[in-house]
Design a protein around this ligand. Structure first.
Ligand code: ADP
Ligand code: MG
Length: 237
C-alpha cells in the first residue's frame, strides 16, 4: 500500500484488520475542530508521527485498536486527540455523571504526563480532566471527582479506591484507554484492570497500547476488545 510505504521511513509498520481506514498524512486530514487544530499547532506538532498517522483515522472511525510501539513514538496524542472528538460527539447528558473517557496508566508519573497532554487539548473545548493516582490526598481527589469531569487519567489501584468511595461511577464511560498495558501487568494491576473494565459498558470503544505483547496481555486484549485493528510500529511484537 502506497500510504503505508510512504510512512515507513525506516520503520516497519504492520496493520491487521478488515476495512481499515487509510492512514492520514497530516493533522488537517483528521477533521479536527479549528480549536483543536490551534492547540496542535501550539504544541509545534508539524506532522503526525508514524503511529499517529495509522492510529488516528482508525480510532476516529470508532474502531478498537491495539497499538504496539515503543516509548517516544507519540502514542499519547493518538488516543487523546480522538478522545476529545469522541467527547464532543456525545449528546448533552447534563444530568449524567462520571467521566466519558477513562485512561489507565501504570505509574503516577505516566498518568501525570498524560494528564498534562490531555489538558492541553481538552481545555479548548471546556472538557474537564481529573488525575487520580497515589501520592495525592484521597479527600482532595474525592472532591475533584465530585465536582465533575469528562476525562479521568488514573493508576488502576487509586481509581478502584475512588470508585469504592463513590467519588465517581463508570456509567457514562464509553472510551477506555489502557496505556502501557505490559507495564501495568508487570506491576500486578491485572485484577484492578479487569475490575475497571467490568464496570464499563461493553459497547465502549477500547484502546490498548503496549511496547510489547506478552501472552497475558494478548489474552486480555482478546477478551476486552471488539474486532480490534492491530498497528505495530517498529521492530517490536
Ligand atoms: P509515547 O507515549 O509513545 O512514549 P509520547 O506520546 O509521550 O510518546 O510522545 C513523546 C514526545 O513526542 C512528547 O514529548 C510529545 O510531546 C512529542 N510528540 C508527540 N506527537 C508529536 C508530533 N506529531 N510531532 C512532534 N512531537 C510530537
Ligand atoms: Mg506513553
Amino acid at each position: 500500500d502506497q500510504d503505508v510505504a510512504e510512512y515507513r521511513k525506516g520503520l516497519s509498520i504492520r496493520i491487521s484488520g478488515f476495512d481499515v481506514p487509510r492512514p492520514v498524512k497530516k493533522f488537517e486530514d483528521c477533521g479536527f475542530s479549528a480549536e483543536l487544530m490551534k492547540a496542535i499547532a501550539k504544541q509545534t506538532y508539524e506532522n503526525p508521527t508514524p503511529i499517529q498517522c495509522q492510529a488516528l483515522p482508525i480510532v476516529l472511525s470508532g474502531r478498537d485498536i491495539i497499538g504496539i510501539a515503543k516509548t517516544g513514538s507519540g502514542k499519547t496524542a493518538s488516543f487523546v486527540l480522538p478522545m476529545i472528538v469522541h467527547i464532543m460527539d456525545q449528546p448533552e447528558l447534563a444530568k449524567e455523571e462520571g467521566p466519558i473517557g477513562v485512561i489507565c496508566a501504570p505509574t503516577r508519573e505516566l498518568a501525570h504526563q498524560i494528564y498534562l497532554e490531555a489538558k492541553k487539548f481538552s481545555k479548548v473545548h471546556g472538557i474537564r480532566v481529573a488525575a487520580v493516582y497515589g501520592g495525592m490526598s484521597k479527600l482532595d481527589q474525592f472532591k475533584e471527582l465530585k465536582a465533575g469531569c469528562e476525562i479521568v487519567v488514573a493508576t488502576p489501584g487509586r481509581l478502584i479506591d475512588m470508585i469504592k468511595m463513590k467519588a465517581l461511577t463508570m456509567l457514562r464511560a464509553t472510551y477506555l484507554v489502557l496505556d502501557e498495558a505490559d507495564r501495568m501487568f508487570d506491576l500486578g494491576f491485572e485484577p484492578q484492570i479487569r475490575s475497571i473494565v467490568g464496570q464499563i459498558r461493553p459497547d465502549r470503544q477500547t484502546l490498548l497500547f503496549s511496547a510489547t505483547m506478552p501472552r497475558k496481555v494478548e489474552k486480555l486484549a482478546r477478551e476486552i476488545l471488539s474486532d480490534p485493528v492491530r498497528v505495530t510500529v517498529g521492530e517490536v511484537g
